[in-house]
Design a protein around this ligand. Structure first.
Ligand SMILES: *[C@@H]1O[C@H](CO)[C@@H](O)[C@H](O)[C@H]1NC(C)=O
Ligand SMILES: *[C@@H]1O[C@H](CO)[C@@H](O)[C@H](O)[C@H]1NC(C)=O
Ligand SMILES: *[C@@H]1O[C@H](CO)[C@@H](O)[C@H](O)[C@H]1NC(C)=O
Ligand SMILES: *[C@@H]1O[C@H](CO)[C@@H](O)[C@H](O)[C@H]1NC(C)=O
Ligand SMILES: *[C@@H]1O[C@H](CO)[C@@H](O)[C@H](O)[C@H]1NC(C)=O
Length: 445
């Protein structure tokens, strides 16, 4: 009796978001996160820390723990810190590279990066450090950087990272924007954190390549990627919010690292303007390629959340973006909160914030996206990222991950399955995706 009474109370409170009131943002964030974590069992004895059950791929758990590092930082609530630390350490492995053997069949460069972002954010936010016998958060981000720098492939398209890491996985012949965008974002943030110019040089190189290969257009639109067997001459032109978002924070961070270089200022502003034009309507974010046609897949349901996360962080690295970004995050958070009326607890959030309604589906990515956009409204109330010189305490290792373990031969004999991962471009469905993407565009327009 008592329990159902409490449930009723919490249901009534779920949609009461007042973005001007930090306590309201914190309490709604906690409610939305509580629902998100109802899917996670990795902390239970006999379960694997850092894995979500089917249908969620490994990378999405990494994205979720990054959202929880931010949750702790924004709210001060450490309820989920233990399971977050446990998951990151477990999946990082002894080398800190986030290359667990169990994931060999599914792990792409982008998947690895979504875990690296959890570690990078932990370093930047002075999240409690791991025990001394483990790699530090910074060391993990550096280890991932080093493994990816070693994979830079000049064999086709004059450079770039392939989507997949291992030759035997579908997608090894695809170069995609998100893998390269994540590498760019990580390089820029490592440059800022450590002050080491080598990372900034890589960020420049990745940016220049993205532009010259055509993955980013002159109008600052980001295509999904291209087949490298055709030397990246035919693009998959589908556009996802997170590609714009991941490059936005990288550019904003380079602007900050260079102490205000006008070139990076212009790039940051241009990405922001193009993002606003493409993915916001009445200041509310939408996933243009799939929402209008109701085709958002499991992986794609969280994309708006990462974009919101990176837009918020960009206001700290490039304060001139603040007045542009905040009204968008504000309106999007209000709309997202209005969708959080579903499920048994009345806290399940919807996909289409623009409709302000829950569609009847419950999903980790939907919760995570709402959590990210809601908590990001606290950005002006928290400190900017620390660095090695200013307040940082994370232990680094510039040489970490230089000798990534080779995949076990046994993996080669496993069945290759077509799975969507962090990258949206499923090769076998590429044509269908292009059609869906452009249809979404037309329907919406
Ligand atoms: C890999 O799978 C094995 C068997 O299920 C499990 O014991 C181990 O914890 C997993 N490793 C990771 C990093 O999840
Ligand atoms: C392959 O693409 C790159 C990048 O667009 C270009 O610079 C290069 O000339 C192309 N190579 C061939 C053989 O077409
Ligand atoms: C870099 O970021 C810091 C922290 O937010 C900020 O104080 C500083 O103004 C930024 N630098 C530039 C050039 O905007
Ligand atoms: C970006 O958009 C703002 C308005 O939102 C406008 O004032 C500015 O001129 C635009 N900048 C560029 C470089 O297009
Ligand atoms: C800077 O980063 C590069 C690339 O990881 C590394 O080789 C070098 O040792 C670093 N330099 C310092 C001073 O840490």
């Amino acid at each position: 009796m008592r329990i159902s009474w409490l449930l009723l109370l919490s249901t009534a409170a779920a949609v009461e978001l007042d973005v001007d009131d930090p306590d309201s943002i914190k309490s709604v964030s906690r409610q939305v996160a509580t629902n998100m974590l109802s899917y996670y069992t990795g902390m239970n004895p006999g379960d694997n820390p850092g894995n979500l059950p089917d249908p969620y791929y490994w990378w999405e758990a990494g994205a979720m723990f990054a959202s929880l590092v931010d949750y702790w930082f924004y709210t001060g609530d450490d309820t989920w810190n233990d399971i977050t630390t446990q998951a990151i350490l477990w999946q990082a492995g002894g080398e800190g590279t986030f290359m667990p053997e169990n994931q060999t069949r599914t792990e792409g460069n982008d998947d690895q990066s979504f875990w690296a972002f959890a570690a990078m954010s932990a370093a930047e936010r002075n999240y409690p450090n791991p025990p001394d016998d483990k790699p530090g958060w910074l060391a993990m981000a550096q280890a991932v950087f080093n493994t990816q720098a070693a994979r830079w492939d000049t064999g086709s398209c004059s450079g770039g990272l392939k989507w997949q890491i291992f030759t035997f996985n579908n997608g090894y012949d695809y170069k995609n924007t998100i893998s390269n965008g994540c590498f760019f974002n990580l390089a820029a943030r490592l440059a800022k954190y450590t002050g080491n110019q080598t990372y900034a040089d890589w960020a420049d190189r990745i940016w220049d390549w993205t532009k010259s290969v055509g993955f980013m257009t002159d109008e600052y639109q980001f295509w999904d990627g291209a087949d490298d067997r055709q030397n990246c001459s035919e693009f998959n032109r589908i556009e996802w919010t997170y590609n714009s978002g991941v490059y936005l924070l990288g550019a904003a961070t380079m602007f900050n690292f260079t102490e205000g270089d006008p070139v990076w200022k212009e790039r940051t502003q241009n990405i922001l303007n193009a993002t606003t034009a493409a993915f916001f309507t009445d200041s509310v974010m939408y996933e243009r390629a799939c929402e209008p046609v109701d085709t958002c897949q499991v992986d794609q349901r969280g994309f708006k959340g990462y974009t919101a996360r990176w837009m918020a962080s960009s206001t700290q690295m490039a304060p001139f973006t603040y007045d542009h970004v905040m009204p968008l995050l504000r309106a999007s958070a209000e709309a997202a909160a209005e969708t959080c009326t579903g499920g048994d607890d009345g806290l399940a959030c919807g996909q289409k914030w623009v409709t302000r309604k829950w569609e009847g589906e419950e999903d980790v990515g939907l919760q995570m996206a709402a959590l990210e956009v809601i908590q990001s409204n606290l950005i002006s109330r928290v400190d900017p990222p620390v660095t090695d010189e200013h307040g940082g305490t994370s232990k680094g290792n510039p040489g970490g991950g230089s000798t990534p373990p080779e995949p076990k031969p046994s993996s080669l004999t496993m069945d290759i399955t077509t799975k969507d991962r962090a990258g949206a471009g499923v090769l076998t469905g590429m044509v269908a995706l292009i059609v869906i993407g452009s249809t979404g565009w037309l329907v919406w327009d």
